[in-house]
Structures are given as C-alpha cells and as structure tokens.
Design a binder for this molecule. Structure first.
Ligand SMILES: NC(=O)c1ccc[n+]([C@@H]2O[C@H](COP(=O)([O-])OP(=O)(O)OC[C@H]3O[C@@H](n4cnc5c(N)ncnc54)[C@H](OP(=O)(O)O)[C@@H]3O)[C@@H](O)[C@H]2O)c1
Length: 346
C-alpha cells in the first residue's frame, strides 16, 4: 500500500474552494448504522491512521449517534481525533432542520445554533462543508441557501451542500448561493444520479459526494445472504436490495467486479471505487468502515488506475447487467424523498 506519513500522496480533487483527497472517509459507522460500534479509542486510532495514509476529507453529521438517539456522538470522536491537525483536513458535517424549531426561532437562528454546537463538538471554529441532511419541504430551499450564504460571509462555513436532493432542488439553491457539493447515494447498484444530478453538477462546478459507494459493503463481495443484519442499529435490514433473494440474484454483478479486481490486483471494494473515480472527475466517494484495515484498503483505491479500454469494458459490462432490488431504504422512500423513490431506475 502506498502509505505516507504526513506528506500526502493520495490524489486530490476540489470542492469549489476546498482541496481534498480524492477518496474521503465516511465516519458514520463509528456511531450508527452498521451494528455494534467500536470503542472510542479504536475509532480515534482509525481516523488517525486514515490521516497518516493521506485522507484529508472526513464526513460526519450532528445526527450520527447510536440508534440516532441523542446528538453529536460522531462529531465528538472526529473532533478528538483531528483537533491537532485541524488546518490540514476538510471537515464536513450536516444539519437536520425541524419545522417546529424553525417556526419557533427563525431559520438563521436555528442553523447558527446547530452549527455552533457542531463546531464545539468538532473542536473547531469553522466547518469546511455544511450540508442540509434532508430536504424539509416546509422550508423553502432558497431560504436555506440564503442562510448558508450568510454563514459563508461570516466565516463560519466555507462551502455548503445538500444531501439526497433532485436536480430541481439543486438548481433553486444554486441560484441563491453557489453549492459546493451534493451528497447523494451513488454506487454501481444505484446509478439514478447519472441521469441528471451528476450532469448538472458537472456543468455547474459542483462536486458529487456519493454516500454508500460500496452499497453498504455489498460490492466488496463480503456481504452474503447469511450476513446478520439483526442488530437494532443496522440500517441494512431496511435495504430491499440486501434481501437474501436479491443478494443471490445480484451475484453476476459481483462476479464481474471480482474479475476486474483480480486483473488489476485490487480488491472488489477498491474496484467499485476506482470505477466511479474514473467515470467522473467531480465524484469524491466517502466509503465507511469501522475496521482499520478496510479503511486503508478503501483509501488505496486512489491508486487503482483504469485505462480507457479497461474502463470501457467494465462500464459496458455493468450497463448490460440487470440490478435486482431497490438500493434505497424506508427513509428515502417516504416524506420529502418521495420524488427520489419515483426516479429510481432499478
Ligand atoms: N447523507 C446521507 O444521508 C448518508 C447516508 C448514509 C451514509 N452517509 C455517509 O456516507 C458514508 C459511507 O456510507 P455507508 O457507510 O452507508 O456505505 P458504504 O461505505 O457503501 O458501506 C459501509 C459498509 O460496508 C462495509 N465495508 C466498507 N468497506 C469494506 C471493505 N473494503 N470490505 C468489506 N466491507 C466493507 C462496512 O463494514 P465494516 O465497517 O465492518 O468494514 C459497512 O458495513 C457514511 O459513513 C456516512 O458518513 C451519508
């Protein structure tokens, strides 16, 4: 592995004014979503190993806490892990806007107070990238964009973005305050972003930060029909594509990834990341893992190069393989995400 100690040899991409390693680190699993969480000491050590490897882009959210109860568990870990190297990293966090809270206190006041609480937990006085975690249809996106613009003017955030949004929402927001990044679900098995979100982002200088880029581990080939998702805080039990029938039905896709991975002496997880990096210059995936070895493995995908012929062959083969089961889960099928569910391709 191409490890570094402080010098940084991972390739770089930019999110408007920010320079980041071309693969970031999704930190959610240290607090929520994938079963038992590791100890804080192990999580901090994992984040530092990623930093030593060359990772400069870290993704968290105020909401990431065990069972989504409480607030800020994940931000606290990230703050402890990176406080002494703060100026060398890009920290991205997210806000959830609740209708009642905004009605009672006003949008600017609510966003500022949530942000300041996040900054305290992250042990910093600015966030590099601040996302709206989910669209709240009670609150016009233009108003959110205006409030984010005022935070940028005050130096409290550097760039802003939105998560799980359609292109119409992005365009409305972009007209008020230029958007730095969109964080939507995107992987080899959930490619609806390719229809119009990624093209719009490419045209407008916006980065696409895919979440669940390894499809919750499925594309690594390590999730099988027998994998246990029963832990109370394991989101995979809500993903239709991860039913045992769909896992079995999607085996041809895994066989294809395995073939290309073996040809490039890469792992399957690395191949799934190398594919999206090669496909779009504005894509910056944030794979998530609770396991220190896998974190470095995923970052190592930055060194897996696909030449034109290899990429065309892989992409063409992917286009020809049907994908079984919707990759989303209950949350993105309901409420504000109803349009997203309708737009799904598979
Ligand atoms: N904006 C949003 O609404 C939203 C939603 C979900 C996630 N996110 C962000 O996106 C990040 C990544 O998404 P994600 O964690 O859902 O999905 P992911 O990166 O596609 O997959 C994570 C799962 O894959 C496994 N895994 C990761 N690398 C592996 C490897 N090399 N080999 C085998 N298994 C591997 C992990 O298991 P182990 O931990 O056991 O390795 C974990 O169960 C999160 O950490 C979070 O920061 C954002």
């Amino acid at each position: 592995m191409n490890q570094r100690n402080g010098a940084g040899i991972m390739k770089k991409r930019s999110i408007r004014s920010l320079s980041v390693s071309e693969i970031g680190m999704g930190c959610m699993g240290f607090s929520h979503g994938y079963g038992e969480i590791p100890s804080e000491a192990y999580s901090i050590e994992a984040i530092r190993k990623a930093y030593d490897y060359g990772c400069t882009f870290y993704d968290t959210a105020e909401a990431y806490s065990p069972n989504l109860a409480g607030i800020g568990h994940n931000e606290l870990i990230l703050g402890k892990a990176l406080k002494d190297v703060r100026e060398h990293v890009v920290l991205a966090t997210k806000i959830t806007l609740k209708t009642d809270e905004v009605a009672a206190h006003g949008l600017d006041s609510v966003i500022t107070s949530h942000l300041k609480a996040s900054l305290e937990r992250l042990q910093t006085d600015y966030a590099d990238l601040y996302y709206l975690h989910r669209l709240n249809t009670d609150i016009p996106i233009e108003d959110v964009a205006g409030a984010m613009g005022r935070l940028i003017s005050k130096g409290l955030i550097r760039e802003w973005g939105m998560s799980q949004v359609a292109v119409e929402t992005i365009a409305k927001a972009q007209a008020v305050t230029p958007v730095g990044a969109i964080q939507n679900i995107y992987s080899m098995v959930e490619r609806s972003c390719e229809e119009d979100v990624i093209p719009y982002c490419l045209d407008n200088g916006i980065s696409l930060v895919p979440f669940s880029p390894i499809a919750s581990g499925f594309l690594s080939g390590k999730v099988t029909a027998d994998t246990d998702f029963s832990h109370a805080d394991d989101v995979r039990k809500f993903v239709p594509q991860l039913s045992s029938e769909n896992i079995r039905a999607n085996q041809p896709l895994l066989d294809l990834i395995a073939k290309f991975a073996s040809e490039k002496q890469a792992t399957m997880a690395q191949m799934s990341l190398a594919w999206m990096l090669r496909k779009y210059p504005n894509v910056i995936p944030i794979p998530g893992s609770k396991n220190q070895e896998r974190i470095l493995e995923n970052l190592g995908a930055s060194a897996v190069e696909l030449n034109d012929a290899e990429f065309s062959s892989l992409d063409g083969a992917l286009n020809a393989i049907p994908v079984h089961g919707f990759r989303g889960h209950d949350e993105i099928l309901g409420g504000a995400m109803k349009d997203w569910g309708k737009r799904r391709k598979f």
